[in-house]
Design a protein around this ligand. Sequence first.
Ligand code: ADP
Length: 294
Amino acid sequence: MTLWQNLSNQITQASGECFTLKNYRGAGGGCINEAAVLEGKDGRSFFVKLNRPDLKDMFAAEAEGLQALGEPGEIRVPTPLCHGITDGRSYLIMEHIPLGGPRNSRAFGEQLARLHQHTQPRHGWHRDNTIGSTPQINTWSDDWVHFWREHRLGYQLGRAHDQGAGRTLVEAVEQLMASLPAFFTNYRPQASVLHGDLWGGNHDSDAQGNPVIFDPAVYYGDRETDVAMTELFGGCDRDFYAAYDATWPRDPGYGVRKDLYNLYHLLNHFNLFGGGYAGQSERLARRLLAEVKG
Ligand code: ADP
């Protein structure tokens, strides 16, 4: 049996309805995984992500993340169907949502803010997951500053150090980590459910123009981290931020903290792709240090 037939059998089992494959096509894939769309003779279609078998936990965590984002019912998220290993590949099968419909920034801003209103008492999540292919540590914590220092900046910095990051970068980020409380003098963030990796490539619209988010790195934490990432690689317009703030205004300190939050993603980019991200991370860390020293 081919991989595609095996995947079709998984769909039949998980959905409880016989799925007979009519057609499959490669969907190009994103930064990390291979992807395909499976179309059934009954008109159902599924989006499949494939990778090496040792990465099966990454897909298990992604499935739980999609579930956690979809459950509040605030914003459209592909519903995960099943995941596992077949034919020597790990896979994740989810609802296929034809994307590329008309953008509605206002709806996206409002729906993201409403999603963020789903909170928990602690920061973290019940399991670790990945950001890109880098492990993301989600050990629960009552203390957001501790969480951001240890499990976000500190973890990425440790990996960067192991990958030969220069001394000046390591020192700048270490100094920043020691200065973290200064960014939170009048601000105690709630622990919101977060997408966790909300760059422009991870949100779109369905055919009707409803916002859709996918490929998450879910945990509970400061909602400003999600909003900050929408600014990191472009992707959202003024209407989005206006609608977000009209639903749940951001704190005035966001303008400084957004760089602190995006440093995590820049360090991760250094760890994943190397190159100029080291310089960019170091400049950002030094700018933040200057800001805090006044
Ligand atoms: P990766 O984890 O490799 O980065 P993504 O989950 O970002 O992969 O998916 C790659 C691309 O496939 C996305 O940019 C998006 O355009 C499309 N895509 C992702 N999920 C779905 C889905 N459920 N239905 C339709 N298209 C999807």
